[in-house]
Design a protein around this ligand. Structure first.
Ligand SMILES: Cc1cc2nc3c(=O)[nH]c(=O)nc-3n(C[C@H](O)[C@H](O)[C@H](O)COP(=O)(O)O)c2cc1C
Length: 202
């Protein structure tokens, strides 16, 4: 899937779809580090996401494993179930959404939506870079608030584990089932409707 093979927009569309399908949320991460310039590239992808009024309401706290105490604090923000596997990821993050618009101080009802778009960009970019991320709603907001003193105008949204995934033969036995579980999806006619709700042309 190298650049020189991409010579028509049809090829590009297929490459894009293949990358989207390749993305998955692993629980078995390799120890291999993620370099700072790779993180920068992921956040560059985030930076160009669309957002309501271009407010870019997303914020991230990032910790790499070599950051010892700081990494432990981010890990402490995840619930115990997620900590069991996420503690092997070389990068952990927390995400936040600004509650109000900069432009007029009114509530931003789309801030989580826009953070989701930013995460979509980060997910797509990470797959293209050979990286994988696993997002987590299972966080402990009180710990995050206490450890990071989050300003009042920001909601604590999620955690993220990021890194390279382990080759399947290296995945520990206790994680093997989860890591190899078949990934399933709704079919198009379950969520794309046409003239009447529930009626699909797909
Ligand atoms: C907002 C969000 C919250 C999630 N929370 C958790 C979580 O707390 N723990 C977990 O193991 N996986 C969590 N996941 C991962 C989902 O379970 C996973 O994306 C879904 O099963 C589809 O699998 P796939 O990402 O491999 O395609 C979360 C995903 C998202 C997008």
């Amino acid at each position: 899937m190298e650049n020189q093979n991409i010579d028509t927009s049809q090829d590009l569309a297929q490459v894009q779809l293949d990358l989207i399908k390749k993305r998955k949320s692993p629980v078995a991460f390799s120890e291999k580090e993620v370099a700072k310039d790779q993180l920068e590239q992921l956040f560059e992808a985030v930076r160009w996401a669309a957002s309501c009024f271009n407010e870019q309401p997303w914020r991230f706290v990032v910790a790499t494993k070599d950051q010892g105490d700081h990494y432990q604090k981010v890990l402490n923000g995840l619930n115990p179930h997620n900590q069991t596997w996420a503690q092997n990821a070389p990068v952990l993050m927390l995400t936040f959404a600004k509650k109000t618009f900069d432009k007029n101080g009114r509530p931003n009802m789309h801030s989580w939506h826009d953070l989701g778009l930013a995460m979509g960009n980060m997910s797509a970019q990470s797959t293209a870079m050979g990286l994988y991320l696993h997002q987590m709603a299972g966080i402990v907001r009180d710990n995050i608030q206490k450890d990071f003193d989050i300003p009042e105008d920001y909601e604590i949204v999620s955690g993220i584990a990021l890194g390279y995934k382990l080759d399947i033969e290296d995945v520990p036995e206790d994680l093997k089932d989860r890591e190899t579980k078949e990934r399933t999806r709704k079919s198009l006619n379950e969520f794309v409707f046409n003239e009447a709700w529930g009626e699909s042309s797909f």
